[in-house]
Design a protein around this ligand. Structure first.
Ligand SMILES: Nc1ncnc2c1ncn2[C@@H]1O[C@H](COP(=O)(O)OP(=O)(O)OP(=O)(O)O)[C@@H](O)[C@H]1O
Ligand SMILES: N[C@@H](CCO)C(=O)O
Length: 321
């Protein structure tokens, strides 16, 4: 579970004195997530989410994330809205960590996304890209092609039983991606981690997007490639072209892809698979036994990467079904 920083009752009540959120009735740590500590707060004014920022989130990036959420919410994207204290400040400190309280979003994430969910996702992703166009702040992607090789080496060095054949496979993939990664595509603010557990639904209707802590400026089509990887494979890792078609065509209703974006989609999908493979591998090799966090399987993304390496043209992603 992801509660790295334990907060006591008295400490939380004192923290809430700086807000106008009523009296605390109950709170509990949220098991899901791996990056930050999250608590569900119940006050007599309603439900809220308290996030304490840990690990990979850098304090200097927090103003970007919080301002982005405010910006998107103001443009109709349903996402957690940072709540300000009496002094007008949203980003505070609790338990020695940077902390903020957010609006609570209704809905549940879908364990086995179906075609209808992929279509909803495509629509929402394009709307988010459009809504972020006039966001004035900038954050470079800290996990893009130039960062992958050092991460790969750190993951390899941390392994108690290094897998030489995986190391060779990934080194070869890195050679390819470093030489072929696109230089210039339509860009803007992307979510960069829009997996099913970050998208809420009420019934079949998408009800909100969460977890913007990898958001950054990068290629819009790379965000789409990340979603293809996260939403359009079946559990045994076969690619579902019907789901991909639903995702892509719903996206293109708001923002049609350029010919170049279509052509490089297989490369972006390989990069997207490698990026999550590497962070999972690093976590796998560095998370101590008994830690209160469930490690995610890097092997899933090895299989996805192998699929994208077998793709000969972007038509295999189901654009023109
Ligand atoms: N605004 C919100 N409204 C309702 N629930 C939320 C909200 N924000 C977070 N949650 C709950 O907290 C859980 C963890 O949140 P989140 O995914 O942001 O954490 P994280 O540690 O950053 O996760 P990840 O490992 O996916 O990066 C979510 O699955 C959801 O159950
Ligand atoms: N979505 C990521 C974890 C959180 O960033 C993964 O599935 O590896």
């Amino acid at each position: 579970m992801a509660v790295y920083t334990e907060i006591g009752d008295g400490e939380l009540q004192a923290f809430l004195k700086d807000y106008e959120l009523g009296t605390l009735l109950a709170f509990k740590g949220i098991a899901e997530g791996v990056e930050n500590s999250n608590y569900l707060l119940h006050t007599d004014a309603g439900f809220y989410i308290l996030t304490l920022y840990e690990r990979r989130v850098k304090a200097e990036d927090l103003p970007f994330f919080l301002s982005l959420l405010e910006h998107l919410a103001a443009r109709g994207i349903v996402c957690p809205t940072p709540l300000k204290g009496r002094d007008g400040v949203a980003l505070r400190e609790l338990g020695g960590r940077p902390a903020a309280i957010f609006s609570f979003l209704d809905g549940m994430w879908v364990r086995r996304p179906q075609t209808v969910h992929c279509a909803e996702l495509g629509r929402a992703l394009a709307q988010m890209h459009e809504a972020g166009r006039d966001f004035p702040m900038h954050r470079a992607n800290a996990l893009t092609v130039a960062d992958w090789r050092p991460l790969h080496e750190r993951a390899y060095e941390a392994a108690s039983e290094p897998d030489e054949s995986l190391h060779a496979f990934l080194s070869d993939e890195l050679d390819f991606l470093e030489n072929n990664w696109p230089k210039d595509l339509p860009s803007g603010v992307i979510h960069a981690d829009l997996f099913p557990d970050n998208v809420f639904f009420l019934g079949d209707a998408l009800s909100g997007l969460i977890d913007f802590y990898f958001a950054c400026n990068d290629f819009f089509a790379y965000d789409l490639a990340i979603c293809l990887n996260a939403w359009c494979f079946e559990p045994e890792t076969t690619f579902n072209v019907t789901k991909a078609h639903a995702l892509l065509s719903a996206y293109e209703k708001s923002r049609p892809l350029t010919q170049e974006e279509r052509e490089v989609l297989p490369i972006l999908a390989r990069g997207g698979a490698l990026r999550f493979l590497l962070t999972r591998l690093y976590d796998w090799n560095t998370t101590p036994p008994g830690a209160f966090v469930t490690r995610k399987d890097p092997g899933e993304f090895v299989r996805k990467l192998r699929f994208h390496r077998s793709v000969r043209s972007s038509s295999e992603y189901g654009f023109d079904l």
